[in-house]
Ligand binder design. Structure first.
Ligand code: FE
Length: 215
């Protein structure tokens, strides 16, 4: 079985959010699809280990913000590589609340959904959500997973359905310059050395978080 063929499936980059009393939670998801148009229904896959998964099950309501190519990549670092359990992920992010659910404003738009069904896999929960509210406020291109991967040189968060234990992307990069990889998010910096004042554009880690990767 050649699992590489799965990489040809298309994905976006989304922030899935919910609320537990006053606590706002959220995580990055790339596996979201519309499954029916009337009523508009989407399917969202969230890892069991994500705190947001537990909150959505309790609240039975969630939001999806569709990131765009120009969305601040720190949103991915904050929502994709930290846990909502111990962090206020919304602290440094522009958001607003719609129907009691926080949504990211630096995005193409959002959907608010009621959970109408849940299916469990070994590692992920698939939430079926009926869209009850939505807004589309940008003409810019939505961020695709391919764009994130190739242009921003990001990798999958460990809990993403598309995560693979061995990501051999380093081999595909230009061989002339040294490559340094962020141990938190997988962002690759190219250059002789990582400058001391360099901060990872995805997850905000300092230069000490980078290690050299071989071609
Ligand atoms: Fe990083």
């Amino acid at each position: 079985m050649d699992r590489k063929v799965l990489r040809n499936l298309s994905y976006g980059v989304y922030v899935v959010t919910s609320k537990e009393n006053d606590k706002k939670v959220g995580c990055i998801a790339n596996s979201i699809m519309q499954v029916t148009s009337n009523p508009s229904t989407i399917a969202v896959s969230i890892n069991h280990d994500n705190y947001t998964n537990k909150v959505i099950k309790e609240n039975k309501k969630f939001g999806v913000s569709i990131l765009k190519e120009t969305s601040d990549s720190k949103i991915i670092g904050t929502f994709g590589f930290k846990t909502s359990k111990d962090n206020d992920k919304f602290k440094d992010v522009n958001f607003k609340e719609e129907d009691g659910i926080p949504v990211i404003t630096d995005s193409c738009g959002y959907m608010i959904c009621n959970v109408i069904d849940v299916m469990e896999t070994k590692t992920h929960t698939i939430f079926l959500g009926e869209v009850t509210n939505a807004d589309d406020y940008s003409d810019e291109n939505p961020m695709t997973y391919k764009y994130y991967h190739e242009k921003l040189k990001g990798s999958s968060p460990k809990n993403a359905p598309t995560y693979e234990e061995k990501q051999d992307d380093d081999k595909k990069l230009d061989k002339k310059t040294k490559k340094w990889k962020c141990k938190i998010c997988g962002y690759v910096y190219e250059g002789d050395t990582v400058p001391e004042d360099f901060v990872c554009p995805i997850c905000g880690q300092p230069h000490t978080a980078f290690y050299e990767v071989e071609d």
